[in-house]
Design a protein around this ligand. Structure first.
Ligand SMILES: [Zn+2]
Length: 126
């Protein structure tokens, strides 16, 4: 899976930052954090290998989703971690469901090139 530069959770776009420096929260070093006041997610890219980085990203996204819905469970680390692992597995085991179907891609391509195609149908070249 790809870790994006930004991720929208609810109506808020969060910047995703990879940090080479240790991330400390409440005097404890952590793998990542989500900062609601600055709308950003920070991940420790120095100590985490790729899969752990992905799970940590999903962990912070889960915090964000629960926060966005104002759910009491937003600080339940055990639940958030379980959801992050479950989602990571879902994404890895079912890559096809997160890809656009070929027909959707073709339709989009057609719409994007419709003007060009109609020129050619009318014997005109752009
Ligand atoms: Zn957490």
């Amino acid at each position: 899976m790809n870790i994006p530069n930004t991720v929208r959770i609810g109506s808020v776009d969060y910047a995703v930052e990879l940090s080479e420096k240790p991330i400390v929260l409440d005097y404890k070093q952590c793998n990542g954090l989500i900062d609601f006041s600055q709308s950003k997610i920070v991940l420790d890219s120095k100590t985490l290998e790729q899969q752990q980085l992905e799970i940590t990203f999903l962990h912070e996204v889960m915090h964000g989703m629960l926060h966005d819905r104002n759910l009491e469970e937003q600080d339940n680390e055990q639940l958030v971690e379980a959801l992050a692992y479950a989602l990571h597995q879902l994404i890895r085991d079912n890559p096809d469901i997160f890809e656009e179907q070929n027909m959707v891609k073709m339709a989009k391509l057609y719409r994007e090139n419709k003007e060009l195609i109609s020129y050619k149908e009318n014997g005109l070249e752009g």
